[in-house]
Design a protein around this ligand. Structure first.
Ligand SMILES: C[S@@+](CC[C@H](N)C(=O)[O-])C[C@H]1O[C@@H](n2cnc3c(N)ncnc32)[C@H](O)[C@@H]1O
Length: 275
């Protein structure tokens, strides 16, 4: 197989172009080692000895694109990631929202859901709120571009580092909403009942996703370039309810964009009507 040094610049560029074409992820030359490492095993599985040949497979076999996307995406996530966002969601947003929307279900979109920890975090907090406000209803849509990671999310089964973190920070919620299974933990029916998983590329218009009251677009904008971020934000904006809340990741900010979102507090924005 090509070694890192032998892969010619044109082939590297062509692979970066494929990443951008299928995911919108912008990779520069310094990400070559990362990309090479992720694709190497796939080449071996396909018994290919050169990355040039893999490019041909990608063009000739549309099914390969799915595996390619699974390989090039980064799925790092955790339950209750960025705790102050969740303190705001449960402590401020939910009570205020329920007081003004008593009869409407809350619609939450986990827009780059990865293996689901974010969506199940929302579900736990909504269930907790519902235990005190019986009329509260909610629906969560979890989407991601990667089939493989979404399938994992949909199982509701967590083990290892993921569940260890939840055990440490919220043992009470783990005990209430999960049951031990096969060395890990499975989400129970209360969490699953209001959760839907669906493949969606944020670079495509979210035509059948609409009127989201809360959109979690966290730790995904960082992978796109400025134009890509703007395009994604516009797609997301269109899928949000008036006044909808947009929550981004810790190293993300909308400050330099004039996108029709008002600052609510760090990492949290509100959709504004355009003049
Ligand atoms: C680092 S994870 C973030 C997970 C979660 N939102 C969090 O903050 O913990 C980034 C996720 O974005 C997904 N992703 C990357 N490009 C995407 C795209 N164009 N459309 C939808 N999801 C995408 C990846 O598959 C990955 O699961």
């Amino acid at each position: 197989m090509d070694t890192e040094r032998e892969v010619d610049p044109a082939t590297r560029r062509a692979l970066f172009d494929q990443v951008r074409r299928h995911t919108g992820i912008a990779m520069s030359e310094r990400k070559w080692t990362l990309l090479e490492g992720r694709l190497r095993r796939r080449l071996r599985e396909l018994e290919l000895s050169a990355y040039r040949d893999y490019l041909q497979v990608l063009e000739a076999k549309p099914d390969e694109v799915r595996d390619f996307i699974d390989l090039v995406t980064t799925n790092e996530t955790s339950f209750f990631r960025t705790p102050r966002v969740w303190a705001y969601f449960a402590g401020q947003f939910l009570p205020r929202w329920h007081a003004t929307h008593a009869d409407t279900p809350l619609r939450v979109w986990s827009a780059a859901a990865s293996s689901g920890e974010e969506a199940y975090t929302v579900a736990m907090l909504c269930e907790e709120f519902r235990s005190r406000h019986a009329s509260f209803r909610y629906r969560i849509l979890a989407t991601d571009i990667s089939d493989a990671i979404l399938r994992k999310a949909a199982t509701g089964y967590f083990q290892g580092r993921s569940v260890d973190g939840l055990q440490q920070t919220h043992p009470d919620l783990l005990a209430r909403y999960f049951s031990a299974a096969d060395g890990g933990f499975s989400a129970g029916p209360a969490l699953r009942a209001n959760l839907t998983f669906r493949k969606h590329n944020l670079h495509e218009p979210a035509r059948d996703i609409g009127a989201m009251d809360v959109t979690l677009l966290r730790n995904v904008l960082i992978y796109f370039d400025t134009d890509g971020q703007q395009a994604v934000l516009e797609n997301v904006r269109r899928a949000m309810a008036p006044d909808g809340l947009l929550i981004v990741g810790e190293s993300e900010s909308l400050n330099r964009f004039e996108m029709g979102f008002g600052f609510e507090q760090p990492l949290i924005y509100r959709k504004e009507a355009r003049p």
